[in-house]
Design a protein around this ligand. Structure first.
Ligand code: HEM
Length: 465
């Protein structure tokens, strides 16, 4: 089977020597594709088949694209899974062994500690901070240099969502600065594809690669900033009731010990990074998709305009934004901010009639699942009506996974959805967003799904004053 730049689908009974030669020949092109964007290295079958197994350098990976198998994997057999080593190699230098990267009891303690921050009543109490962050963005755009009308929307949204995270998770510690933080995250994520590719080649962790030095410096900077934030809080004397306060008061029920200093940094950095980057991407892709579909934007504006009360004084009014929510869900179907969920098996497990052996990789290619030909009619078309209550109820819940599933489901899901709705409700009636370039940016895998080359858009006030 010819393959250039993609993983080869495993064929039972293949001739090992022939396969090894074919792999060696294809290696440079597979690696180049992976570094460009890992999604492009997936075989086409992940868009049309329920289960696809590939072999690359002797390593088997099963791509799971059938909702029934996904449920079986991520819910029923979740205990047979652990973090995928290549993802750890990409993320652990910055995030250590925090809630996103840890397994077992270490993970459980961290998850339990953070959970109270994400209860529905707490999330609703964050609405004023979300509206405030959107207002600051609005003021920045209105008071900026009037000759600058084209801006890259991605860093703009990063700044807005960063403000929300700082306000809600560390009680607005104003010394945590968004621009250098954002630049460090860009530098860090920019080189993760090399780390993933080299890990798949079994190259040692110290292997030099483009961006390695900048990535290491970025990790150091991010961890240092977070450690200083923690030190400021300790110096204040009062620990507080925000996420940082909860982390500082957490106790491991098995040992009775508090979280170590490293563990505090791991977690706070995970929440700040995971909590704003993905949400900013969802908003960025949404603003662009609405600009492409003026009739859908009109419906969204009508819905926002007919809100019966202001979201700040009555956060429950958010429930009235049902169509806007459908739009957001449809955008995250086509552009899932977290496009790939990866695990390694710790014991043999069954998926339908297949056995996946202990130590193999199992991937849920969310980006492909959301465009799968067996699951979605006209999978590439943008149609928010897919998320109407009736169609949603008729669909398998595991066909749509922007926030993952099972015990490791995104802890910030309802916070993220609420935040996107509040920010859209505040910014869309105030500005028109016009793409600066006609061509939709391609989606590039950088652990998250980023628009290649950014998302330049003209931001035009709808009414002055
Ligand atoms: C649109 C925005 C977001 C998307 C698409 C998203 C997506 C995801 C996904 C897919 C996972 C599961 C990863 C896996 O199973 O390997 C995850 C986990 C996680 N997310 Fe989110 N996320 C978003 C927003 C947030 C926010 C706002 C926060 C926190 C403030 C957050 C914190 C986390 C954490 C801590 C985990 C790890 C949970 C665990 O392993 O127990 N995320 N997210």
């Amino acid at each position: 089977m010819p393959f250039v730049g993609t993983f080869r689908v495993c064929e039972p009974g293949g001739f090992p020597l022939q396969e090894a030669i074919a792999e060696a020949v294809a290696l440079p092109s597979v690696l180049a594709t992976m570094v460009r964007s890992m999604i492009e290295a997936w075989p086409d079958d992940v868009y049309t088949q329920p289960l696809v197994t590939t072999r690359f350098l002797g390593r088997r990976t099963t791509y799971v694209c059938d909702p029934r198998h996904i449920r079986s994997l991520m819910v029923d057999q979740a205990d047979a899974l652990e973090r995928e080593p290549f993802m750890l190699r990409a993320l652990a230098p910055a995030l250590g062994s925090g809630i996103l990267t840890a397994d077992g009891s270490h993970w459980r303690v961290q998850r339990r500690t953070a959970a109270p921050m994400f209860r529905p009543d707490r999330v609703r109490s964050f609405v004023p901070a979300m509206a405030q962050a959107a207002h600051a963005t609005r003021t920045r755009w209105l008071s900026g240099d009037p000759s600058v009308v084209v801006r890259d929307i991605l860093p703009e949204m990063m700044r807005t969502t960063f403000d929300v995270i700082v306000a809600t998770m560390v009680s607005g510690d104003s010394q945590l600065k968004v621009e250098p933080f954002g630049r460090a995250i860009d530098a860090y994520l920019g080189q993760t594809s090399w780390k993933i590719a080299l890990s798949m080649l079994n190259a040692p962790a110290w292997t030099p690669h483009p961006g390695a030095r900048a990535g290491a410096a970025a990790a150091l900077y991010l961890r240092g900033e977070v450690a200083r934030t923690i030190a400021r809080r300790r110096a204040r004397g009062e620990l507080g009731t925000d996420l940082l306060g909860l982390l500082l008061q957490a106790e491991d029920p098995e040992t009775g010990h508090c979280l170590s200093s490293d563990s505090l940094v791991d977690n706070l950095l995970t929440f700040v990074a995971a909590g704003h980057e993905t949400t900013a991407l969802a908003l960025t892709w949404t603003l662009r998709m609405l600009a492409e579909h003026p009739e859908i934007e009109r419906r969204v504006l009508e819905e926002i305009g007919s809100l019966s009360s202001d979201l700040v004084s009555d956060p429950s009014a958010i429930d009235q934004l049902a169509y806007t929510r459908q739009v957001l869900l449809e955008v995250m179907r086509l552009y899932p901010p977290a496009p790939l969920i990866v695990r390694r098996t710790t014991t043999d497990l069954r998926l339908g009639d297949r056995t996946v052996r202990a130590g193999e990789s199992v991937h849920v290619p969310v980006y492909a699942l959301h465009r799968h030909h067996l699951l979605w009619e006209q999978p590439d078309a943008f149609n928010p009506d897919r998320f109407s209550p009736a169609l949603t109820a008729a669909r398998d819940r595991y066909a749509y996974l922007p926030f993952g599933a099972g015990p490791r489901v995104c802890i910030g899901m309802s916070l993220a959805l609420t935040e996107c709705l509040v920010i859209l409700a505040k910014l869309l009636p105030a500005f028109r967003f016009i793409p600066a370039e006609a061509k939709m940016p391609s989606a590039q895998f950088r652990v998250t799904l980023r628009p290649k080359g950014g998302m330049p858009m003209k931001i035009v006030p709808r009414h002055v004053g």
